[in-house]
Design a protein around this ligand. Structure first.
Ligand code: ADE
Ligand code: ZN
Length: 319
């Protein structure tokens, strides 16, 4: 089955073997990052963020990022993904410095162009990291405003949602909006409805996760009425303990309430998931089939941070 994916962190999609290979090349010590089976090892969301940042520390040069992107796009294509939006953090690639970011971007754009010719289209959402604070987010916003174009089409924010408020980052979101970028923000993953309202106040048309909206029927109605799209990552939520099981996950209740939900993997090797596994679990838990899957992919195409011709092409895949 063909699918679209709107919420995939590039560094979080790095297979453990890829990171181990880079660590060996660079003689980097990644003690504690992997378990005995060679999988990422962490406990809880804070542990996940620490593990993620330690693994990411070996991704340094433009070439490292180009190799990672090629591997991630190849894996996504193998899962039937025909269009993917990747969260890429200049705070990791190039340390937030614009000239260094340009070098990383040039290497990745070349890879994305080759992958497009081979059947998987992609865009980049430059992503601030909330727990790194508003000053570093501004540097990311400047990178996005300066390099917006065919591949860089969105601005977002991930990281620890309980640190400060999203509105503390208004300068960065304003800067990105004025540069014509699509806006999304992780919210309603680790905090409730107010966190989602803050993200909407920043002008976001999409919310990363957003599942916490289920606690507030008025917000659910508002999301449905405004056509806000949620980038839902159910396998991530279950793996991190946001919900105890697939059957307890609110994605089907949100969809039934008219909210535009989409499905993504977030950081697939960390959560032992793939796009096919997400769809299989949704089929098992909620009886979803071709009708529901076509609908979520049409919603994803509608909300994609892409040009109108690409959107039309994607919509035609899900009649
Ligand atoms: N960065 C990578 N994965 C994330 C998640 N699930 N929540 C917040 N920030 C992230
Ligand atoms: Zn995410």
């Amino acid at each position: 089955m063909k699918t679209l994916e709107l919420h995939l962190h590039l560094e979080g999609a790095a297979p453990p073997a890829f990171i181990r290979g880079l660590a060996a090349e660079k003689h980097a010590d990644l003690t504690g990052v992997f378990d005995e089976q060679g999988n990422y090892a962490y406990d809880g969301f804070d542990g996940f963020l620490r593990c993620y940042e330690a693994a990411t520390s070996v991704l340094q040069t433009p070439q490292d990022y180009a190799r990672l992107l090629a591997e991630v796009l190849e894996r996504s294509a193998g899962q039937g993904v025909i269009y993917t939006e990747l969260f890429v953090s200049p705070e990791f690639c190039g340390g937030g410095d614009l000239p260094a970011w340009r070098d990383h971007l040039a290497a990745m754009t070349e890879v994305a162009g080759k992958a497009r010719a081979q059947g998987i289209d992609s865009r980049a959402i430059l992503t601030a990291i909330r727990h790194f604070g508003p000053d570093r987010a501004r540097k990311t916003a400047i990178c996005v405003a300066e390099t917006a174009g065919d591949w860089v089409t969105g601005f977002g924010m991930g990281g620890a949602e309980t640190v400060g408020r999203a509105t503390d980052y208004a300068w960065s979101f304003d800067c990105a909006r004025e540069a014509g970028l699509g806006l999304t923000c992780h919210a309603g993953e680790w905090a409730g409805p107010d966190s989602i309202r803050d993200a909407l106040a920043l002008g976001c048309t999409r919310i990363g996760h957003g599942v916490g909206a289920i606690e507030d029927p008025a917000l659910v109605r508002d999301l449905a009425d405004k056509g806000v799209t949620l980038e839902v990552c159910p396998g991530s939520n279950v793996a991190l303990g946001v919900y105890p099981s697939w059957s307890a996950h609110p994605i089907a209740r949100l969809a039934d309430a008219g909210v535009r939900v989409t499905v993504s993997t977030d950081d697939p090797p960390f959560f032992h998931t793939t796009m096919r596994r997400e769809y299989d679990r949704l089929a098992d838990a909620f009886g979803w089939g071709d009708t529901e899957f076509a609908q979520i992919n049409r919603w994803a195409a509608d909300a994609a941070f892409c040009d109108p011709a690409t959107r039309d092409r994607l919509l035609k895949e899900f009649p």
